[in-house]
Write a protein that binds this ligand. Structure first.
Ligand code: GLY
Length: 572
């Protein structure tokens, strides 16, 4: 069955467009760079799509808890935000119960059993980058459905099938496309045309649907009904599993029914970072978030950051040099803990962080080529999506999920309506060569059967004096970590409110390429000039990250979505 669109009359369209503009660019009424924020006395959701945020609040108001709402939001994002929301991808959850227990669930994709270290190299050893990003060979074993099912079984309260009802409705009855999703589909149109099944879903009538069109995904609705009825087995076994495998193999891939059957979601020990009187709770490897954020915050505990005015040349230079070193460690040392040994104890040590800080003279940047994990020890259009949910009892879910690239590998599996990931590109397909994020990574993250590819996903929960203060996360590949880091710094160190913290300009350094990425037109020319004089290579980027955050405010919650994306918060 094909997906279809309905058209609106010119008048209906004008009303919709105006409403859409106000929803999509809430900042037009104030600053064009202002996060969209609401105050919610009891509970709410910050997500990348208004329909998904509404679904979450619906579930909370029906008596569901944060875990129930998270499952429903995630399923809804798979329908209304198909470039990143998914059934065919993976992710991480940080959950904090109202009683104060922290929990991390890793449902990252794995390499199929037939994967080989050199599977993306030609006979001369050159990287075949299209193979790790487009079509069947790019697909890692999806983890989302098993992850959500397991999370629901442990913490949910409403019936599983009920949580899928809103997603089924949105897929079956359609939803009105906003400009952002429509533009993303148009950008991916050439790739969708390579896969007739994908083109049938995303290019109905042979062309990308327009903003204001109603977008239907009848096949996806059918798959969601199967998963609602049969739970995780509905995805990992039976008709859907067979369709996914057939489609992947017909398009050059190696995924098998056995890979799907064997996939496990894993509970991991949360990383708890102490920063002043705050605790930042996040994820360990196979995400690099915990290690890098711990290193960055530990380092800042050893200096008085207050001596560098916010976003001054000194501030940007110092933090970039710090980020450069922790990304060098990340890119060279980190990977799947079930496959490699990592010096995690050393990397989490405050003394180690202090030593790193001592090496930094911000007026004299050290070229990336002269920085390696070995010498630091002394002897990592992207598409991921994050949402944050808090319920009236104080349970909190911070969840980041991804297909990797926008619409993953662009392949919709057979007649399932399910888009598949291209997460294999997060591996070091050839150690020492850049992946699609320009990350130059090492053997620790090379491909092996069943191995999880290193991630930058950084879902975070923050407490103070053992009380929940907030939760946030972002898409953006490696810029996830630095976006989350800078928003946290703005909140904790610079005492900004959530709206200011999310709206503030961002910069990013990831070791290689050896440059500081800064958001275009958001920094004073004199600041950038000074950085150049000191020897920093400055690259202008439109946006870094798309933060969805919730933070304590006057006995309730400030709930914000980033002006850089298209999310709208919801709460009550
Ligand atoms: N696919 C982006 C990440 O996991 O870092």
């Amino acid at each position: 069955m094909k997906s279809t669109v309905t058209h609106f009359s010119a008048k209906q369209f004008a009303v919709l467009l105006l409403g859409g503009i106000l929803l999509i660019f809430p900042g037009v009424l104030g600053s064009a760079t202002g996060a969209h924020c609401i105050f919610a006395p009891a509970a709410g959701v910050a997500s990348a799509h208004i329909e998904a945020s509404r679904v979450g609040v619906e579930i909370l108001q029906q008596g569901g808890n944060a875990a129930d709402a998270a499952v429903a939001v995630s399923m809804a994002l798979a329908v209304v935000y198909p470039q990143a929301g998914n059934l065919g991808g993976g992710g991480f959850i940080v959950y904090r119960s109202a009683e104060g227990k922290n929990y991390v669930l890793d449902f990252r994709e794995t390499a199929p059993a037939a994967a080989r270290q050199d599977m993306y190299l030609d006979s001369a050893g050159a990287v075949l980058s299209a193979k790790s990003t487009l079509g069947g060979l790019a697909v890692g074993v999806p983890g989302t459905v098993r992850g959500l099912f397991r999370f629901h079984r442990r913490f949910g309260s409403l019936p599983w099938a009920k949580l899928l009802e809103p997603a089924i409705r949105l897929a079956e009855e359609g939803f009105v496309l906003n400009r952002y999703v429509s533009r993303s589909i148009r950008s991916a149109a050439a790739a969708f045309r390579k896969f007739p099944g994908s083109a049938a879903v995303f290019l109905p009538g042979g062309k990308a649907p327009e903003p204001g069109d109603r977008f239907y995904q009848k096949n996806l609705a059918r798959s969601l009904r199967t998963i609602a009825l049969h739970g995780e087995r509905g995805f990992y076994r039976g008709e859907i599993a067979r369709e996914i495998v057939k489609s992947v193999q017909m398009n050059g891939g190696i995924l098998t029914v056995e890979d799907l059957k064997q996939y496990r979601a894993i509970e991991r020990e949360p990383v708890v970072i102490s920063y002043h009187d705050y605790r930042i709770i996040t994820v360990p490897p196979p995400s690099s978030a915990g290690v890098v954020l711990a290193g960055l915050f530990n380092s800042l505990q050893t200096i008085d950051l207050g001596r560098f005015p916010f976003n001054s040349p000194q501030y940007i230079a110092f933090l970039s040099e710090l980020e450069k070193r922790y990304f060098a460690l990340r890119n060279q040392l980190l990977g799947d803990p079930d496959f490699i040994r990592m010096p995690l104890e050393q990397l989490y040590l405050p003394q180690f962080a202090a030593r790193i800080v001592k090496q930094i003279d911000y007026r004299h940047p050290v070229p990336a080529a002269e920085i390696s994990a070995q010498n630091l020890l002394g002897s990592e259009s992207n598409q991921t999506t994050h949402f944050s949910v808090v319920d009236p009892a104080g349970n909190a879910v911070s969840m980041t999920t991804t297909l990797n690239g926008s619409f993953g590998c662009k392949l919709v599996a057979g007649s399932t309506g399910i888009l598949l990931n291209n997460e294999m590109d997060d591996f070091a397909t050839k150690p020492g060569s850049p992946n699609m994020y320009g990350l130059v990574q090492g053997r620790a993250n090379s491909i092996a059967p069943g191995k999880r590819m290193l991630s930058s996903m950084s879902p975070v929960v923050v407490t103070r004096h053992d009380s929940l203060i907030g939760l946030l996360g972002s898409p953006g590949g490696p810029t996830i970590i630095t976006s989350v880091f800078q928003v946290l710094l703005n909140l904790i160190e610079h005492r900004m409110d959530l709206q200011q913290s999310v709206s503030a300009p961002r910069f990013h350094q990831q070791w290689l390429p050896d440059s500081v990425e800064v958001e275009k037109n958001r920094f004073e020319p004199a600041v950038l000039e000074k950085l150049k004089q000191w020897g920093y290579h400055i690259v202008q980027r439109n946006h870094l990250g798309d933060v969805e955050a919730i933070w304590r405010k006057q006995g309730g919650w400030s709930i914000c979505t980033d002006y850089r994306g298209n999310g709208i918060p919801a709460g009550y």
